[in-house]
Design a protein around this ligand. Structure first.
Ligand code: SF4
Length: 447
């Protein structure tokens, strides 16, 4: 039996799509191998959020080809959509597929015979199939059920693309405008995930909060809240909204999360900058006032909610004063952790041409300052729950520490927890007492 290994870089949406590709290969009779193993076919689903992401893609392709020069290499994803020629220059790449082509991979593998992948056309040089943005915009393909940790939590794609035009962002160029899957398709896929034994669904999209689907039958536009109401009815144990823009997190969504145990008390809300001027330069659709009020509302409505924040440092024009404003703004919010990104110039984005670039060393220093704030926030947040009882979804993977076997899981409000391996609890939601906190690692717990 021929084998394939798939590897993903970037966002949760990419992970859900890779999982769908893996299923397609399995349906064709191929064995799934691990990334790093010698396989007949290798698929890389790329990201292009920063220069580093692009570099990492190239390094991975080269390293796979060094170890296994005969593997059939397929590269897809945002980097493939945006810079196919750069990838084609790497000798040994066989097929490059853009965003629209990604989930139709087998349409591009002529005469595919799993017994002999070499009959997948193997011409001189790599083959590129990358549609222009107009075509990318014309459809949205379903993807669901990524094995994040062996059948415990699954990503469910509900939306793709983005209509916003944040000046630093390359995603609309790679994935096109905002499109949403029909509500029925979303709920059908959710049912399949539940039937397959997953306990938690993580809703994903490029701009998940912008879910909008016009339902011909009822002549109404379905929104994210309708997806949540639908999921509430189908018996999935836990639903987590992966990330949502602050201007799209409505009172209705907050009330639903507050009132139903099914929805995780966890919000990941991009801020990007805490300085009003930088936010304007970024063309974000909210100001710091809206953001602060939203966090305060969450703090009062759902006091135990875990709140994660994305922030970009080193955006052009971010002076020392503007950076200080961001650090102070974040310091003053009752949030639980930050994801800190260093600004990276992306081709064809407005910000790449902005003046007052921030030098790389300053970007590094600022990043370090915010990472320290993040560590403190996470420590404070975790500390609040020591001694309390929380429901944890335990994963199936086993973690070895100093010769002892542990298993780990997440609380609803996104605290990482661990306990000694107890196979009866794997892929189960169990109530435990949070015991000891060491640094920002997982919290020890007891039944
Ligand atoms: S909201 Fe802005 S940052 Fe997010 S995907 Fe859309 S354009 Fe990019």
């Amino acid at each position: 039996m021929k084998s394939v290994a798939l590897h993903t870089l970037g966002c949760k949406l990419n992970y859900s799509e890779t999982s769908t590709l893996a299923k397609q290969f399995e349906a064709k009779g191929m064995k799934l191998g691990q990334y790093g193993e010698k396989t007949d076919v290798f698929v890389l689903n790329t990201c292009s959020v920063t220069d580093n992401a692009d570099r990492e893609c190239r390094q991975i392709i080269r390293s796979v080809l060094r170890k296994n020069p005969d593997t059939y290499v397929i590269v897809t994803g945002c980097y493939a959509q945006l810079q196919p020629e750069e990838i084609a220059h790497i000798e040994g790449v066989d097929l490059i597929l853009g965003s629209k082509e990604k989930l139709r991979l087998f349409d591009y593998l002529e005469n595919f015979d799993p017994a002999s992948p070499s009959c997948i056309f193997k011409e001189q040089g790599s083959k590129i199939f990358v549609s222009g943005l107009d075509e990318v915009n014309s459809e949205v393909s379903a993807a669901y059920s990524a094995d994040i940790d062996s059948r415990t939590r699954a990503f469910l794609k509900i939306q793709d693309g983005c209509d916003y035009s944040c000046t630093f962002c390359t995603i609309p160029l790679a994935r096109g405008g905002s499109r949403s899957l029909p509500l029925d398709t979303v709920l059908d896929n959710a049912k399949k995930i539940v039937d397959a034994g997953y306990r938690e669904i993580i809703l994903t999209g490029v701009n998940t909060g912008d879910y909008r689907y016009f339902d011909e039958e009822s002549k109404t536009t379905k929104k994210l809240i309708d997806v949540l109401y639908g999921l509430d009815k189908i018996g999935v144990e836990r639903v987590r909204i992966s990330s949502i823009e602050p201007n799209l997190l409505s009172d209705e969504i907050i009330s639903l999360v507050k009132s139903s145990e099914r929805f995780c008390r966890h919000f990941h809300i991009p801020l990007q900058s805490g300085d009003p001027e930088v936010l304007k330069l970024m063309k974000r659709r909210y100001n710091t006032g809206l953001y602060r009020n939203l966090i305060m509302k969450l703090n009062s409505e759902i006091p135990d909610a875990g709140i994660g924040v994305d922030v970009i440092i080193g955006f052009p024009g971010e002076s020392d004063e503007y950076f200080r404003n961001t650090a102070d703004f974040l310091d003053g919010l009752n949030i639980s952790y930050l994801h800190v990104f260093s600004y990276s110039e992306r081709k064809n984005t407005p910000a790449a041409g902005f003046a007052d670039k921030v030098d790389i060393r300053t970007r590094r220093n600022r990043s370090e300052i915010l990472r320290n704030i993040s560590a403190k926030k996470r420590y404070d947040f975790y500390s609040r729950y020591i001694g309390t009882r929380q429901k944890v979804l335990f994963e199936t993977s086993v973690v070895n520490v100093d010769g002892k076997e542990y298993m780990e899981g997440w609380t609803s409000n996104y605290i990482r927890v661990r306990t000694r391996l107890n196979t009866a609890l794997q892929n189960k939601i169990a109530e435990v007492e949070l015991k000891n906190l060491s640094g920002i690692g997982p919290v020890d717990c007891e039944l």
